[in-house]
Design a protein around this ligand. Structure first.
Ligand SMILES: Cc1cc2nc3c(=O)[nH]c(=O)nc-3n(C[C@H](O)[C@H](O)[C@H](O)COP(=O)(O)OP(=O)(O)OC[C@H]3O[C@@H](n4cnc5c(N)ncnc54)[C@H](O)[C@@H]3O)c2cc1C
Length: 332
């Protein structure tokens, strides 16, 4: 590969719009690119997506590589992987970032293998080492109990970035950028899988990953009915309800509400953990929260070690009093 230059972001498109993770990475990579004196580029793959290039420029891309092909209408490893490999080999970026999303988790390791480089998955912070100029990727390790910092000496230096780890930039329609169209080179015979059905996840209210306030219930909540109290509180605060694994395993709430190592990763402004112990597997999904409040009847519960504020007591008594006070404050 020729001299590698630039910070490239692999874009994602949801329902015809740039995905929030893509806007976050475009915003967050600007500081990395400026430190290196390099450009930020974005790769957009899809079908009928030409109009999104100007969006990407307004949100911070200096260059947008557009690969528009009906075979890219839906994400499939067999189509996205060779296209991404082709674009990266052509553009030769110094740094290549993907979201820590279903697509990024699938694509990044396979792409790193094909490009004979390495990838730091699930980074929550990226910076440039002032001496070596290598990218440093910080990621939680040991189920969220420690943080590891990784550098990669091969090119491109790859990482996946966790949602909400970076901030999108303000939209600026006066921004200028270059749009480069690339042929996909795809042939239908290359795609060995067929999408037979798509089932849209039903979301009532705010999406868990996007909520600024999350009320999370644990096993100590005791029943599916009791989760209704959490829903009422979440509604009051304009937030969403989440759960630890046991309430999901027991069918009290859908598994899409599970937060943690094997569930969703959230970074809300406020997280209230109700009747949950604070296992490392659960905390792996919520330590990015800016403020953690815990309600637990056991003063020794691990969640109190993470929480900035805590109430030791039976949630059945604490929660109604908290909700009452909240109503009073919100109405005043
Ligand atoms: C490979 C692996 C992956 C996992 N992934 C996840 C994951 O993604 N997410 C996840 O959450 N877990 C995950 N787990 C499970 C995890 O290890 C814990 O078992 C789980 O997080 C515990 O859930 P909990 O805190 O709700 O329950 P518990 O640990 O049983 O805690 C219940 C808490 O409720 C308190 N309590 C009880 N009654 C009341 C009351 N009336 N008022 C106030 N407090 C009360 C108790 O004091 C206790 O602290 C995983 C485990 C493994 C092995």
């Amino acid at each position: 590969m020729a001299e590698n230059k630039g910070v490239m972001v692999c874009g994602e498109i949801i329902e015809g719009k740039l995905a929030p993770i893509t806007l976050e990475m475009l915003g967050g990579t600007r500081a990395l690119a400026d430190t290196l004196g390099e450009e930020v580029s974005l790769v957009l793959m899809g079908s009928g997506i030409g109009n999104l290039a100007s969006e990407a420029i307004a949100f911070g891309a200096d260059k947008v590589y557009v690969v528009d092909d009906p075979l890219l209408a839906d994400y499939q490893t067999d189509s996205y992987l060779p296209v991404m490999e082709k674009v990266v080999r052509q553009a030769a970026p110094n740094i290549l970032l993907l979201g820590q999303t279903a697509i990024g988790r699938d694509l990044a390791p396979k792409l790193a293998f094909r490009l004979d480089t390495a990838v730091a998955m699930d980074c929550i912070e990226l910076s440039i080492d002032p001496e070596s100029k290598l990218m440093l990727g910080t990621r939680p390790v040991y189920g969220g109990n420690a943080r590891g910092v990784y550098a990669c000496e091969t090119r491109p230096q790859m990482a996946t970035v966790r949602a909400k780890a970076m901030e999108p930039r303000e939209r600026d329609d006066s921004g200028k950028g270059e749009v480069i169209s690339i042929e996909s080179g795809l042939d239908p015979s290359m795609i060995r899988t067929k999408i037979v059905d798509k089932v849209k996840e039903e979301i009532v209210g705010i999406k868990l990953e996007d909520a600024e306030v999350v009320i999370c219930g644990g096993r100590g909540i005791g029943s599916p009915e009791a989760f209704k109290d959490l829903e009422a509180l979440a509604k009051l605060l304009g937030g969403a309800v989440g759960a630890t694994r046991p309430p999901c395993d027991d069918g009290w709430v859908p598994s899409s509400l599970q937060i943690g190592l094997t569930g969703k990763i959230i970074s809300p402004t406020l997280y209230i953990g109700v009747a949950l112990s604070g296992s490392s597997q659960h905390l792996a999904g919520c330590t990015g929260a800016k403020n953690i409040i815990a309600i637990n009847k056991d003063a020794e519960a691990n969640i109190f070690r993470e929480a900035q504020f805590g109430v030791v007591g039976d949630y059945k008594k604490v929660l109604p009093a908290f909700a009452e006070k909240l109503k009073e404050l919100l109405s005043g």
